[in-house]
Ligand binder design. Structure first.
Ligand code: ADP
Ligand code: MG
Length: 703
């Protein structure tokens, strides 16, 4: 028998959560902390000192030697700089570990090397980290020892957000204020708060670490830049939900344990569509914590993988020809008295508050489809969205049969008098219980799908932070709520006014609803007819950030200022160019130092064979034939290599950020594709024994 795992006991053991605060803090301080968590405001200096000491004592009891302000700069990952609790020794050389309220609340990392998109020149490098009391501190344990991590926001000397968390927190305040106005209109006087709830399903690939180390492309760019397809892909659909192999299972078990200790509710695990692809989903929680936890999930996935001799790939498209990875961002709005504003109930047609919320979401998504698309854009994700893979780059909303029917009734007649109900599902087997069928089936092709009591935003990339998508969602829906509340609060006859408003919003924004196959060519044409944006790449999407409409939206709620938006746009161009540049240089390097020399050797072997055969008078036609086709492809590869070098030289010399990004997209990427094609063809021609890197089949079928 294996050792019994006590999940209840280990869950949250590395988190300084409310329970631990209650145990360790004086009652008055604990109350003060809770109040600030729930209502905002500041802790008094004295209380901050008490909290800091309790936090430090707990951390030290658990082996911590250092603390860090843990933050999320604009590179999309997390940052930490460790400080020991060590203080100045006394006369006799004794030292006491200390941690003050001031150190807890504010930090000043020299942050000049993080991307700031022009927000801050390197000579004015001051940036501050500020404690986010709403996300609990936790312990990170690795070879460095045990580190107390304090979630923080990160801003510049002049107060601009240099991170992903600050705008998210601002957007949560905006949607809280506006959603409260909506629920008040419906007589809810008890709710004090409305919080966006988020559950992010994380997809990932696992490859063998030894093989990974033989692929410079995986090491430098996180994806394979070369590789002929394996004879088998995902066409048999035998991996999705398939039995989990021992090696992967033992990885998943360890991963769960680590996450549970960190208070992450790892809940669901399964094999995904592509071979070597898997998924983990936690239970949803407040958007802010979900964002932090998703970072921990990604980090822990990578860390645990190395312990198992594996490597975790979070790139959106590690392998051509099989599915890429995304991150489904499930989003809903919940009041502190437990009402989910997106719960339609059994008869949505009678649930006016729900219909208003739904109409507002549709309006928000239609008005700001470009921003939503942008919020899920990153270089890796360009291989999914709008490329040969789903979800499409066109943002649309899937409602399902039941809601779609209600919406149609409202648009056509101004009222909805019935809701399609789920029927009994009859299996025809007497020993199987007849179960109730959901009123709505699923649709896997929609980028933004209503799934029962939440929306599932499926465009987000697997490696991306979920902060921006949720910031954008909160912001656009807050705007729609605010405009609706402005009108309804003034209305003489509320019932009539709300009815008119729902009908108006649904009618005006119905073009965003699409329940069909989002992968089809017909939809691309239909969407164009409807005037829906179809934004193919990350750099095309970047312009959405600074339109008049976007600036007005974000400034209205104080989520991003115009300069903050411009900085994010600049960073997008820079990151795009840098990423493609790394990929291109890696390709050049691999072609020159691995592929071409290997093929040159191989042609020599063939030539020698041909020569010998000729000398002994044997038939050399097969060998000569192979030599001819290999040499021909080798010449193509060499030409493509030169083309790529020239394109990189041109793009890297461009000074304007935006123009440079477009050169990488329109010229460098094109040359990269040519080189890949030539090398991949060579791979199919050359003896496997001489091929210098593990093939696709080795990487994805032999984990
Ligand atoms: P599905 O199979 O439709 O994707 P799941 O129940 O597996 O649905 O949920 C997927 C993710 O959505 C999980 O992280 C789950 O916790 C989260 N989720 C479920 N309900 C909500 C909700 N009301 N708001 C936000 N996220 C939710
Ligand atoms: Mg899902």
């Amino acid at each position: 028998m294996s050792e019994v795992l006590n999940v209840e006991e280990i869950f949250g053991s590395k988190v300084f959560n409310l329970g631990k605060m209650r145990e360790r803090l004086p009652k008055t301080v604990f109350k003060e902390v809770r109040k600030v968590m729930e209502q905002g405001g500041e802790l008094s200096k004295e209380s901050a000192d008490v909290v800091a000491k309790a936090m430090k004592d707990w951390a030290v009891e658990n082996g911590a030697t250092h603390y860090t302000h843990w933050f999320q700069p604009l590179n999309g990952i997390t940052a930490e700089k460790h400080d020991a609790f060590v203080t100045h020794p006394d006369e006799e050389g004794r030292m006491l570990m200390e941690f003050s309220g001031k150190e807890l609340i504010k930090g000043e990392p020299d942050a000049s090397s993080f991307p700031s998109g022009g927000l801050r020149a390197t000579f004015e490098a001051r940036g501050y980290t500020v404690w986010d009391i709403t996300s609990p501190a936790f312990l990170k344990e690795d070879a460095t020892g045990v580190i107390l991590c304090i979630p923080t926001a990160f801003c510049s000397y002049t107060g601009e957000a240099l991170d992903k968390k600050t705008p998210l927190l601002r957007s949560m305040e905006a949607i809280n204020t506006q959603a409260l106005r909506i629920v008040r209109l419906f007589g809810n006087t008890e709710a004090k708060k409305v919080v966006p709830s988020v559950g992010a399903e994380q997809e990932y690939f696992l490859v063998d670490h030894e093989k990974y180390l033989k692929r410079p492309d995986l090491i430098f760019s996180g994806r394979t830049l070369f590789g002929a397809p394996a004879p088998k892909g995902q066409e048999l659909e035998d991996h999705y939900f398939g039995a989990i192999r021992e090696r992967i299972g033992s990885y998943m078990k360890d991963l769960n344990i680590e996450l549970w200790k960190l208070g992450v509710t790892a809940k669901t695990q399964h094999n995904e569509v592509a071979p070597a692809q898997h998924e983990l989903a936690p239970i949803y929680e407040s958007a802010n914590i979900a964002v932090d936890h998703n970072q921990l999930v990604m980090e822990t996935m990578k860390k645990v993988a190395t312990r198992h001799g594996l490597n975790c790939l979070l790139h959106e498209k590690p392998f051509a020809g099989v599915n890429g990875s995304g991150k489904h961002d499930n989003w809903s709005l919940t009041t502190d008295n437990g009402v989910n504003l997106l719960d339609p109930g059994k008869t949505p047609n009678e649930n006016v508050q729900f219909l208003l919320v739904l109409a507002c979401v549709l309006k928000a998504v239609d008005t700001h489809a470009d921003l939503l698309r942008q919020s899920a854009a990153d270089v890796g994700n360009d291989h999914r969205l709008g490329a040969d893979e789903a979800p499409p780059a066109i943002i649309s909303v899937f409602l399902g049969e039941q809601l779609d029917d209600v919406v149609r009734q409202l648009i056509e007649t101004g009222s909805a008098d019935h809701s399609i109900q789920g029927e009994k599902l009859v299996t025809g087997v007497s020993t199987l219980t007849d179960i109730e069928r959901d009123a709505t089936d699923r649709n896997r092709t929609s980028p933004f799908a209503f799934t029962g009591n939440k929306f599932e935003f499926r465009s987000v990339g697997s490696s991306d932070s979920i902060a921006s998508p949720n910031t954008t969602l909160n912001a656009i829906v807050a705007e729609a709520f605010s405009e609706a509340a402005d009108r309804l609060e003034k209305a003489d006859n509320f019932d009539l006014a709300v009815h008119d408003l729902i009908k108006e919003y649904l009618t005006e924004h119905q073009r965003i609803i699409f329940n069909g196959d989002g992968y089809s060519k017909e939809w691309v044409e239909e969407a164009a007819r409807r005037g829906l944006p179809n934004i193919a790449t990350t750099i095309d999407a970047a312009s959405a950030l600074t339109t008049e409409k976007a600036v007005k939206l974000f400034e209205k709620f104080g989520i991003y200022s115009k300069v903050e938006l411009e900085s994010r746009q600049e960073i997008t161009y820079e990151t795009y160019s840098k990423t493609i540049n790394i990929e291109a240089l890696t390709m050049i390097d691999m072609a020159k130092k691995l592929y071409i020399p290997a093929v040159v050797d191989y042609t020599k072997t063939l030539a020698d064979t041909v020569k010998v055969l000729r000398e002994v008078g044997a038939d050399e036609t097969v060998q000569a034939d192979i030599l001819k086709s290999v040499s021909c492809e080798l010449a193509k590869a060499n030409t493509a290599l030169k083309g790529l070098e020239a394109a990189v030289a041109k793009a890297s010399a461009e000074k304007n950020n935006k123009a440079q990004a477009y050169l990488y997209k329109d010229e460098v990427k094109v040359e990269m594709d040519k080189l890949r094609k030539a090398v991949d063809t060579l791979e199919t021609l050359v003896d496997k024994k001489v091929w210098p890197v593990p093939a696709y089949a080795d990487l994805i079928f032999e984990v």
